[in-house]
Write a protein of this length. Structure first.
Length: 382
């Protein structure tokens, strides 16, 4: 359910779809895409904007969650009748469609139900029926797979683990504008800084990073996040405590995000729960190390390529910050692991995995490499 200014799942949708288009064309598979925006998507002639019938569009256009729910559960099944197969890049689908595959990124709403009450209700009472109607389910990590098995009692053979990518922030794909360099210089005044992205909810533990960085008063902490309650509470708390080395940034471009990774001392990402957790990978794409939580999926994804801390142990966080800031710190111990990490988690690899699921669902032969697939009779997917 892709929107104009996508959050993490939306970025995943955009990049996975863009990488998948080539695979679909190689297999002579016709497809249509339904989304809330065409911005950033390839092959936009195949993209239709999601709309409800006139009265419902008028009533629910401002309430995106309700609008999305109504469209998926009731309107999508009508559209799906003329297609062979429906694939969703998110957990949204319909219990009234039999030949469909959905993607579950995480079950964070069960751990923190108050963060997004609507999502919790959807996952608790509606998603189980959609899962029962799916041919298979894509999950983005082994950790999420086990969570899905635990909460929904799903047969493990129904779940396909396909890891995310994040190479859209690589050197070859995004240029850094000269004005962005000047902007960063004016923001930091040349001081060294740590960086943390995605300060969206309490489980990200950004408040603990803010407190820990005070042990290094000559270093700044730059923070990006959505303009929501948690982010604004962080701002108020930093101001109340006179933390003058904390800088909050509004919505930034991919180019400026890339610049922050390149220029920071290290990325700090001590989230208590993630389904994948992409920011340390984005940092590695830009040759920068990360201080990472040892909770949930993160050890599975990053192995020995990052510095781990217990996010509930303030002394461990402070010790890691001091260590990385030290002139004696050997950064190459971690940087030497980056090439293998980057190669493993690419959008191309994710598209290959999705393509295999599509072909299996359509009962077509799966061959490798994908570029060698022979043209076959066309099929249609969502």
């Amino acid at each position: 359910m892709y929107t104009e200014n996508p959050p993490g799942v939306g970025i995943n949708t955009r990049e996975a779809y863009n990488a998948l288009t080539k695979r679909l064309e190689e297999n002579n598979i016709e497809y249509d895409v339904f989304a809330y925006s065409k911005k950033g998507l390839k092959n936009t002639q195949a993209v239709s904007l999601i709309k409800l019938p006139l009265l419902f569009e008028f009533l629910f256009k401002r309430f995106i969650s309700i609008h999305r729910l109504i469209w998926n559960i009731f309107y999508l099944p009508l559209l799906a009748k003329k297609y062979d197969f429906v694939y969703s890049f998110t957990s949204y689908g319909s219990p009234f469609i039999k030949k469909q595959v959905i993607t579950i990124h995480d079950l964070i709403c069960f751990q923190y139900p108050k963060q997004n009450r609507f999502q919790y209700i959807y996952f608790k009472f509606i998603l189980p029926y959609i899962i029962k109607s799916c041919r298979s389910i894509v999950v983005i990590s082994e950790f999420t797979k086990q969570d899905v098995i635990k909460h929904f009692k799903v047969n493990p053979h129904k779940l396909e683990v396909i890891y995310c990518g994040h190479d859209h922030l690589s050197d070859s794909k995004i240029a850094i504008d000269e004005s962005e360099l000047k902007n960063l210089e004016s923001i930091t005044n040349g001081k060294p800084f740590f960086f943390t992205a995605g300060a969206s909810y309490g489980h990200k533990n950004v408040d603990k990073i803010i407190e820990a960085i005070q042990i290094l008063p000559d270093y700044l902490l730059l923070i990006t996040g959505p303009n929501n309650t948690y982010y604004n509470d962080l701002k108020k708390s930093a101001a109340k405590n006179n933390y003058n080395n904390i800088i909050f940034l509004n919505y930034i471009s991919d180019g400026f995000l890339k610049l922050l990774y390149k220029k920071c001392v290290a990325n700090v990402y001590i989230s208590a729960y993630e389904g994948f957790g992409s920011t340390p990978l984005e940092a590695a794409m830009n040759d920068k190390i990360s201080i990472v939580s040892n909770k949930s999926v993160l050890p599975e994804i990053y192995g020995d390529s990052v510095i781990y801390v217990d996010p509930d142990n303030q002394q461990e966080i402070k010790k890691a910050l001091i260590s990385v800031a030290s002139s004696k710190f050997n950064v190459d111990v971690y940087r030497n692991k980056f090439p293998g990490l980057i190669k493993k988690y690419s959008w191309g690899n994710m598209a290959n995995g999705i393509m295999t699921v599509i072909l299996q669902t359509l009962n077509k032969e799966v061959r490798q490499p994908l570029s060698n697939y022979k043209k076959k009779s066309p099929a249609k997917i969502r």
